[in-house]
Design a protein around this ligand. Structure first.
Ligand SMILES: Cc1cc2nc3c(=O)[nH]c(=O)nc-3n(C[C@H](O)[C@H](O)[C@H](O)COP(=O)(O)OP(=O)(O)OC[C@H]3O[C@@H](n4cnc5c(N)ncnc54)[C@H](O)[C@@H]3O)c2cc1C
Length: 462
């Protein structure tokens, strides 16, 4: 139980309306978008508006020995915002100013509660865009996505969040404000702390301002839908396109389970009988786009696609991408619980990983829909289950263990973009071994020796 004194001090700092303590106000913060995770309501929810207020909250929490859980929109998929040890959830949604879009330096300064799409809308006025593009672009915050180092649909050509964050302001565990990085294209002065906090999952400090790079909006885009009657052929096509030296902005795969489910729930224009489809989008100057699209189409045909359909209008294109963005929401409607993973392999191993997932689904007799950013080697095998069915959940856990083991064995990683959070912390030795896990702990304890920030996530207490 928190002391009344802490509540009083926080209310003085932030105003009573920004400190919620009633159980019904706190219920929504017991969980996030991750399925099959423990739920825990916090003691308090605070919504600061300034860096000084964030620093004040941290100082008070520290004095009272109470943990802080930073939170944006709560859309992460690894239990990263669950307040496991109660304490304070610090929500950034009121820190939502786009401070500056700088078209001369192709940068923007934002507060952490800015929704990604709002930054894109502001940048579009200058013909610019912020390339990281998670499925939650219209709901997730910049702070949350920088903290998770989100990837998304455009990772293949444009990279992920860490390739765009070049500076930040962070409040540290002692309440001091750290400013790092800047607008220069090059900057190798000192350790790259900006890179360290990016992907820090709220365990190292609280980011209060972010400086990100912007790109020019491409002049033209073209979307192709390649249809396959065989999953292996789809996997091989992805490698063939990369080998053919075409780097599409996006190359996404959906297997038959996903296609049928998306079609059923959204009436999307997808071929129900296909074993897999690949959605490809190339972008750039108009002439280059036409040439790349023709080459991609030719490679798909040569690699065994039964059809390759090009979107003829912007509406057709948007409908195809909406179908892909609806993959997870649609799969989530099939059964009460959706266990989604994002084990990632080198692109040359995509077919092997697709086969491994299929074998695991068969072995544990579980429906697994697979979709994802196949061009990045980043698949999302999604197990459709019911957390109340204890016997089935045991099979689910074993299947997840085997999916991770298969990815690591193929030279891959536990997470391509969803992070570690609560869900994957215990698997880290598989990828890093004891030395790697120990080094992670050194870093955590150098910044946050008392585990004030987001305890129970990424690095577990030794
Ligand atoms: C349907 C769906 C589709 C998705 N698609 C993708 C996808 O394609 N690619 C992808 O990468 N992810 C995807 N995600 C995951 C998720 O959307 C992203 O991780 C998202 O960017 C998180 O943003 P958020 O504001 O919801 O953060 P939250 O979930 O609120 O927080 C995420 C983490 O950031 C920390 N945090 C938040 N703000 C701060 C701050 N100011 N300082 C320090 N730490 C902070 C939190 O403590 C937590 O650890 C998807 C999720 C869903 C539900």
């Amino acid at each position: 139980m928190l002391s009344k004194e802490l509540y009083k001090e926080l209310a003085e700092l932030l105003g009573k309306e920004n400190v919620l303590s009633e159980p019904e106000d706190l219920l929504n913060y017991a969980f996030d978008a991750t399925a099959a995770m423990p739920k825990q309501t916090p003691d308090l929810l605070v919504t600061p508006r300034t860096t000084e207020q964030v620093a004040g909250v941290i100082k008070l929490a520290r004095q009272h020995g109470v943990p802080i859980y930073p939170r944006g929109s709560g859309t992460n998929l690894c239990g990263a915002t669950i307040p496991l040890e109660r304490g304070i959830v610090l929500m950034t949604l009121e820190m939502n100013k786009i401070i500056e879009v700088d078209p001369e330096n192709l940068t923007a300064w934002v507060e952490p509660g800015v929704i990604i799409q709002s930054l894109n809308d502001a940048a579009a006025e200058y013909g610019l865009m912020y390339p990281p593009d998670p499925g939650t672009v219209t709901t997730a915050t910049m702070g949350g996505s920088v903290s998770m180092c989100s990837g998304g649909l455009r990772g293949l050509k444009y990279g992920v969040t860490k390739h765009y964050v070049i500076g930040m302001e962070v409040v540290l565990a002692n309440g001091e404000v750290l400013k790092w990085g800047g607008k220069t294209v090059k900057n190798v002065t000192g350790y790259d702390l900006t890179a360290l906090f990016t992907g820090g999952e709220g365990t190292l400090g609280i980011m209060t301002k972010l400086l990100v790079k912007l790109n020019p909006i491409p002049e033209a885009r073209k979307t192709l839908l390649a249809v396959f009657d065989d999953l292996d052929k789809a996997g091989n096509t992805i490698s063939a396109i990369i080998r053919g030296k075409i780097i599409p902005a996006t190359m996404e795969i959906m297997d038959n389970t996903t296609i049928r489910t998306v079609k059923k729930f959204t009436n999307a224009d997808l071929p129900e009988d296909a074993e897999a489809v690949i959605l490809i989008e190339v972008d750039g100057y108009r002439e280059a786009v036409e040439r790349e699209a023709a080459l991609a189409e030719e490679i798909c045909g040569r690699s065994g696609a039964v059809a390759v359909i090009a979107a003829k209008t912007d509406e057709e294109r948007d409908r195809l991408w909406l179908a892909r963005r609806n993959a997870l929401p649609a799969l989530a409607q099939v059964k009460p619980t959706t266990v989604l993973e994002d084990a990632t392999v080198p692109r040359s191993q995509i077919t092997a990983m697709l086969r491994a997932i299929r074998a695991i689904a068969h072995k544990y007799d579980l429906p697994i829909g697979t979709f994802g950013h196949a061009g990045d080697g980043n698949l999302h095998p999604t197990i459709l289950t019911d957390v109340r069915d204890k016997e089935e959940m045991e099979r689910v856990h074993k299947a997840v263990d085997e999916i991770f083991a298969a990815a690591v064995k193929l030279g891959g990683t536990l997470s391509g973009e969803h992070g570690v959070g609560l869900g994957k912390a215990r698997y880290l030795p598989l990828e890093f071994g004891p030395v790697g896990v120990e080094v992670l702990r050194w870093v955590k304890e150098a910044f946050d020796p008392h585990y004030l920030f987001n305890p129970g996530k990424v690095v577990l207490r030794g």
